[in-house]
Design a protein. Sequence first.
Length: 209
Amino acid sequence: MDAGYGHVKVIRDARLSVAAGEVVGLVGRNGAGKTTFLSSLIGMLPSTRGSIRLNGQELADLPAHERVRHGLVISPSGGRLFKSLTVEENLLLGLTQPSAAALDPVLQVFPELEKLRMRYAGKLSGGERQMVAIGRALILKPRLLLLDEPSEGLAPLVVLRVAQAIKALRENGIAMLVAEQNVKFTDLICERWFHIDKGVISTMAEAQK
């Protein structure tokens, strides 16, 4: 797959796959093309060449909201929560028919959010914001969950908590592609990972368990 901004090609001939229940890492420094690659997968940035397939369904020609309906969901870097909305409102934001029952899968993974449901997102800690961001993606029932820098800016103990949650989602059969700078975190949660530099994906490696 190729992708970029206008005439500027950022991603060049990118190829990788993720199986159900597998966590695959995409490791690279800041500016290497990780976020651009995830943005092109989700449809926020058009790909200029190639195929994006999920469960045999071609998604490359579909708009972003249709890709979400097929199960391709992203948790963006920094969470991008609405600070003036509560945790519950942020979690339910993407649903056409929001209900309290829809929160159950999120609270099973992040029971800490139960007591925070009515707290405004602007008053959350960094770790709490990340839990809400992942929960908001989870509530859309992803088949392939894209996680952009989930450990960024978090304290070590919170990083471990996020890793625990990702492992729990893997056991539920959700495929995940995790874009990270933190190689130690990638090794903690991924079976294998790829390196990306200047928009070129290469060097598949097995995680060191």
